[in-house]
Design a protein around this ligand. Structure first.
Ligand code: NAD
Length: 257
């Protein structure tokens, strides 16, 4: 088992990539703390982990709320005494060129996608520093590395997460804490399904367009990203520090002729 006895906290693991990663981590021997704003979905993830013989608990917290996040971390520490792996996965999307983004929507996505990485890290790090051990995975996106149409606010948040990852790594390397980022391409999750439905009259045609900007003929699955998260969470990636890990079917570094 690749994560035997590791205590792992995954934000936004009631759905999509976070949920797949929670199930995967549990299969590899981790205790999984499932966090989400959506209680029903979070508890469903826990149920599925329990059904496959794994150990998990649900902690509801809004990653944008300092008190809520502090309480979540305190709960995990009082139950398990430590957090070995923090996966800052929770996030939301926003579609539009910059002049189309309303100020409230800008603040909201900055809050969930950036503050939502800052707060769980802020309150978890002192416990990792004390033990001189820990791994943090931050969810960025290919949108951090390329000019993607109609994603001004979203790309801004994911670029910030990538920069934050590098800054964090430098500060916490002396404590034997690794901090890396995941950069997925288009992964079929409720997040992308909702975006396709709300942005296109013909979602199938939109999927075809998305495929033309990548080298793979298929869209990614949540499991593809869970595999990469598992690698970053495990000691197998012990020499990766402050790195972006792309899981994108060839979007960033490939170009279709
Ligand atoms: P998803 O919508 O399926 O899951 C996101 C989860 O985060 C949901 O369960 C939601 O309830 C939760 N969440 C939202 N706001 C929260 C908050 N304030 N506090 C706690 N939980 C909250 O989305 P997904 O596709 O699995 O995306 C997960 C992450 O991966 C996001 O950060 C997203 O930006 C990133 N990402 C996704 C893709 C993709 O194509 N799906 C690509 C690149 C990056």
């Amino acid at each position: 088992m690749r994560l035997s006895n590791k205590i792992t906290l995954i934000t936004g693991s009631g759905s999509g990539i976070g949920k797949s990663t929670a199930l995967r981590f549990a299969k590899e021997g981790a205790v999984v703390v499932v966090n989400d704003l959506n209680e029903e979905n979070g508890k469903q993830t826990v149920q599925e982990i329990n059904n496959q013989g794994g150990e998990a608990i649900f902690v509801m917290a809004d990653v944008t709320d300092p008190e809520s996040v502090q309480q979540m971390v305190a709960n995990v520490i009082s139950s398990y005494g430590r957090i070995d792996v923090l996966f800052n996965n929770a996030g939301i999307s926003n579609v539009g060129a910059l002049h189309e983004v309303e100020p409230d929507a800008w603040d909201k996505i900055m809050s969930v996608n950036v503050k939502g990485v800052y707060l769980p890290s802020k309150y978890t790090l002192p416990f990792m520093m004390e033990r001189q051990s820990g791994t943090i995975i931050n969810m960025s996106s290919c949108a951090a590395e390329m000019g993607l149409a109609q994603r001004a606010a979203y790309s801004t948040t994911k670029g910030a997460v990538l920069a934050l990852t590098k800054a964090m790594q430098v500060d916490y390397a002396p404590y034997n804490i690794r901090v890396n980022a995941l950069l997925p391409g288009t992964i079929m999750t409720p997040f992308v399904e909702n975006y396709l439905k709300s942005s296109y009259d013909n979602p199938e045609e939109a999927i075809g367009k998305i495929k033309t900007r990548q080298l793979s003929g298929e869209l990614g699955t949540p499991d593809d990203v869970a595999s990469a998260a598992l690698f970053l969470a495990s000691d197998e990636s012990r020499f990766m520090m402050g790195s972006p890990l792309y899981v994108d079917g060839g979007v960033v570094f490939g170009k279709n002729a």
